[in-house]
Ligand binder design. Sequence first.
Ligand SMILES: [Zn+2]
Length: 155
Amino acid sequence: MGHILCPICEKDDRIQKITSIVTSSTIQSTHSSATTATTNLATKLSLPDAPDSFGIAILFVCGVALLPLGAGLFIHTISLLVQQKLNTNELVFNGAGVLICGFFALHCFRQIKQIPLTKRKKLNWATLYYCHRDDCVFDPKTNKHTSPEGMNSLL
Ligand SMILES: [Zn+2]
């Protein structure tokens, strides 16, 4: 570590890389010696993972499949409506189908769009340090610091 100092106490004796806190708590949790405090801290400091390539493929297939399904159902409903072949129940049912397809398709694409952001956050996150004396998370590059709960503001 050497030159990396906590921006609050300006010492390096109680600082630890966030990645090593999270990793060591995962290893420790298999032993009974893990303290709840360490585990809680690691939970606060860990970052949700971006979906793996399998997850991305599922999201993509769902999004791509649901969009034409919703659009097809929409067009079908409109054409039945124009021909006055639709009763109120069918209209509500088809309308709900269109909304559900649209909603899930959008959700899938939004998830996919966030992947680069999640990956960039993960890179920043891996450079952060924690000071056990001050209970603060800090970025050694900028010296910005925050509570473990506010860690997202540094990412
Ligand atoms: Zn400190």
